[in-house]
Design a protein around this ligand. Sequence first.
Ligand code: ATP
Length: 239
Amino acid sequence: SSTPPLLELDGISARYGKAVALDGVSLRVQAGEVVSVLGANGAGKTTMTRIITGLLPVASGTVRISGEDVSRLGPHERVRRGVACCPEGRQIFGELTVQENLLLGGYTTDKAARLTRADELCTLFPILGQRRAQPAGTLSGGQQQLLAMARALMSDPTLLILDEASLGLSPVAIDTVYEAIAGVRQAGLSILLIEQNAHRSLAVADHAYVLDRGRITYEGPAHHLDDVDRLSAAYFGAG
Ligand code: ATP
């Protein structure tokens, strides 16, 4: 049979107490794909990220990484299997240098391997290489997002999840972030973009999902949604 998807959510439900945050969500990311998940505030995007990374247990359904059921595995075990997440809000340590922030990423304790990986990421994101010895707090918002992405890439994942990568950034900074996303894809990784910024995210994505109040209301080619009428129909349930 064919290669299993890198990531698969199969009939996922998630709850906070009695409140249902995800209700029967299924989603796939195939190797080499950029997939966009769109949704308004409260749609369930953060919950989906927590379910994928293993920070929140599933109420029902299955999470698979490359065909393996990881539903009962912790966050660390999922990173080991090639899925890394760049969290919403970036969570950069402003007092620490760019290099120190990078070295906090990944899961290996092998110092030499970490330094080598940090070097590679400073080549992939040259601006970080130039600012390596500076406190991360002196970076612009866009540069801090690149640092957060690079830190997630320290584990050398096959799939990078970007949770609200462009939130709170200026248009110029968003350009920087999306250039970096293109670079990550060029390097052969798959990307799951969980974003409110539909326009930018759809422009790079192959496939898109719209999440509305915990359910998938659209699944299909990303370019199909880069049409305001179709997008609003998917968002507001008219289509
Ligand atoms: P936002 O962009 O505002 O973060 P989101 O799409 O990420 O929204 P979630 O944060 O996943 O949405 O929330 C989905 C639903 O679950 C919402 O109705 C929210 O109120 C609810 N919810 C989220 N976290 C909790 C929690 N800790 N306890 C109770 N309900 C929660």
